[in-house]
Design a protein around this ligand. Structure first.
Ligand code: ADQ
Length: 472
C-alpha cells in the first residue's frame, strides 16, 4: 500500500509534547500521516560542524519521524538566508528587507539537494510526497534528478507575490521552473493563485486550463486553492481541557471587570504589530471614556531572532509598548499588556475565550490561523468580535468579521470602538456566520482535499470544482 511522506523544514511531531500543547497544523499533518502509514521528514533544528546526512529515526504511534542535522553554513545560508531574508520578506511585499545574496541561493540549492539525497533512504516507488512551504521549492526537481517518478505535491503557506515583485528576484524563472516538477501546487486563496497565474501569463506566455492544469518547461502541473482551516472542536468551549479552563479562569480574574482585546502572533514584521499598537493608541486618544475600562493583551512570541530585522522589530515594539503605557497608564491600569512568552494551544483557547475582541491585523499573511482559532473558541451565547485585516488570506472567507485596512490607524481605531460597543445580537449573528465557514472548511477538510487532488484516483466533481473553479 502506498504511504504518505511529508517533508517540511521542521518536523512538528515529537515525543516531548502532546495533547493540547501541539499546534493545530502539526496535529492535522500527524492525522494525515497516521491514516497513510506515513513518514515526516525535516531538519532536526540541530547544527553540527560538518554535514553527515545521517538520519535519526523515531517511531511515534504509527508515524515515522526522520530528521537530519544541518551544518552551520547551511543554517546561515538556507534558513536564515534564502528562506528568511530573501523569500519571506519578498513574498510578504517587504522588498526593502529582501536580501539578494548569491551565497544564500547556493545554500538553498545545497540543502534541497541534501534533503533529496537523504530522502532516498525513505521513499519507495508508489509513495506520495507532500512538500511544505517556501524553504523547499526546489525539492521535487532534486528528487526528479535522482530518478523519482512518484506523485509529489507542494503547498505554499505564505502569499505568492505579484509578478512585479517576484521579477526582482535573481533566478525567479528557475524558481518557478522548479515548481513545474510537482504534480500539484496548492495555495491558500484565489488571490495568491491569481498572482501565480499572472506570472505564468506575463513571463511565460502560458495559460491555465479549466481543470487547473498548466504546461510549461515541458511539464504539466495542476494548481488550486486549498484554504487551510482549524478543526473547530479543538477550540470549542465544551471540549476545553483543564489547562484551557485554568487559563480562562486566570484571565477572567485579571480582567477586573474590564474588556480585553487580544492579539496573538509570532513576532514578525508581516503581522503589523507596530501599526496595531498605534491604532490602539489612537482608540485610547479618541475615546477617553473607554480608558481604564479596556486593555489590550498582545502575545508575540519571538521567532527567527538571529535575523537582524527581527531583532530590530523587537526593540521597536518594546519601545512602543513602553511609550503607550507611559502615556496612558494609571496607578491600577496598564492599557497594553505585551507578553513575549509562548502558550500551549489549549491555553490560548482559554485566553481567546476571555477576550471581547480580537485584533488580527497583519500587513500581509498567507492565511492567519489565529483569526479562525479565536472564532472557534468563543462562547456561542456571548461571543467576541473579530477585527481582521483585509490583507490576511483569511479575510476572503471571514467576511462577517470587521474588516480593516491595518495601515489606516483611524479606521482600525473605529473598528475597536465598534467591536467593544457591539450588542450581543449582532455579535451572535456575525459569529454564527463565521463559525459556519470554519465548519465547512476545516483543517481535516484541507489535508483531505489536497491529498485527494494529488492522488491519481479519478477526481470527484467537488475536487474538480475546487481546482478548476479558480482557473484563469
Ligand atoms: P504563521 O505566520 O506562523 O504561519 P499563523 O497562521 O497566524 O501564522 O499561526 C500559526 C499557528 O501558530 C497558530 O496555530 C497559532 O495559534 C500559533 N501561534 C501564533 N502565535 C503564537 C503565539 N504567540 N503563541 C503561541 N502560539 C502561537 C504560516 C503563515 C500563515 C498561515 C500558516 C498556516 O504565515 O499565514 O496561516 O502558516 O498555513
Amino acid at each position: 500500500m502506498s504511504r504518505l511522506i511529508v517533508v517540511s523544514n521542521r518536523v512538528g511531531l515529537s515525543r516531548d509534547v502532546g495533547g493540547g500543547a501541539v499546534g493545530g497544523l502539526s496535529a492535522a499533518i500527524t492525522a494525515a500521516l497516521r491514516e497513510n502509514q506515513g513518514v515526516w521528514f525535516g531538519w532536526s533544528g540541530e547544527t553540527i560542524p560538518q554535514y553527515t546526512g545521517q538520519l535519526s529515526l523515531d517511531r511515534i504511534g504509527d508515524v515515522t519521524v526522520a530528521k537530519v542535522d544541518l551544518e552551520e553554513q547551511d543554517v546561515d545560508e538556507y534558513y536564515n538566508g534564502y528562506a528568511n531574508r530573501t523569500l519571506w520578506p519578498l513574498f510578504h511585499n517587504r522588498i526593502d528587507l529582501t536580501a539578494y545574496e548569491r551565497n544564500f541561493g547556493a545554500g538553498y540549492a545545497r540543502v534541497n539537494q541534501r534533503f533529496a539525497a537523504a530522502l532516498q533512504a525513505l521513499v519507495a516507488p508508489g509513495d506520495t510526497l507532500w512538500i511544505h512551504d517556501y524553504h523547499l521549492i526546489p525539492l521535487a526537481a532534486e528528487l526528479r534528478k535522482l530518478g523519482f517518478t512518484n506523485r509529489i505535491g507542494f503547498f505554499l503557506h505564505i502569499p505568492w507575490p505579484a509578478r512585479q515583485l517576484l521579477t526582482t528576484l535573481p533566478g525567479h524563472r528557475k524558481l518557478v521552473q522548479a515548481l513545474f516538477e510537482y504534480d500539484l501546487l496548492g495555495f491558500h486563496t484565489d488571490e495568491w493563485l491569481s498572482a501565480f497565474k499572472g506570472y505564468l501569463n506575463h513571463e511565460l506566455g502560458v495559460t491555465v486550463e479549466e481543470d487547473g492544469v498548466v504546461e510549461a518547461f515541458g511539464r504539466k502541473t495542476q494548481i488550486g486553492a486549498f484554504p487551510i482551516g482549524v478543526n473547530p472542536r479543538d477550540f470549542a468551549p465544551e471540549a476545553a481541557s483543564e489547562a484551557s479552563i485554568e487559563a480562562q479562569r486566570r484571565m477572567e480574574e485579571s480582567l477586573s471587570g474590564r474588556q480585553m482585546i487580544i492579539g496573538v502572533d509570532r513576532l514578525d514584521y508581516s503581522k503589523g504589530l507596530e501599526e496595531r499598537f498605534q491604532a490602539y493608541e489612537r482608540f485610547l486618544e479618541d475615546h477617553p471614556e473607554s480608558r481604564e475600562k479596556v486593555f489590550m493583551l498582545q502575545i508575540a512570541t519571538p521567532s527567527r531572532d538571529s535575523v537582524a530585522a527581527y531583532q530590530d522589530l523587537r526593540g521597536r515594539l518594546d519601545a512602543e509598548a513602553g511609550r503607550i503605557n507611559g502615556r496612558f497608564a494609571s496607578l491600577d491600569w496598564v492599557p497594553l499588556r505585551y507578553v513575549n512568552s509562548g502558550y500551549r494551544q489549549d491555553e490560548l483557547a482559554g485566553i481567546y475565550r476571555s477576550a471581547r475582541a480580537a485584533l488580527i491585523t497583519p500587513l500581509r499573511d498567507g492565511m492567519n490561523l489565529v483569526a479562525k482559532e479565536y472564532i472557534a473558541a468563543q462562547d456561542p451565547a456571548d461571543p467576541g468580535v473579530l477585527i481582521l485585516s483585509r490583507f490576511a488570506g483569511a479575510a476572503a472567507q471571514m467576511t462577517s468579521a470587521l474588516i480593516v485596512n491595518p495601515y489606516d490607524r483611524e479606521e482600525t481605531a473605529d473598528a475597536i470602538h465598534r467591536a467593544l460597543k457591539m450588542d450581543r445580537a449582532e455579535r451572535i449573528l456575525r459569529w454564527q456566520a463565521l463559525q459556519e465557514g470554519l465548519e465547512a472548511e476545516s483543517l481535516d477538510h484541507w489535508w483531505q482535499s489536497f491529498l485527494d487532488a494529488l492522488s491519481e484516483r479519478p477526481k470527484s466533481p467537488a475536487v474538480i470544482a475546487r481546482i478548476g473553479g479558480a482557473a484563469a
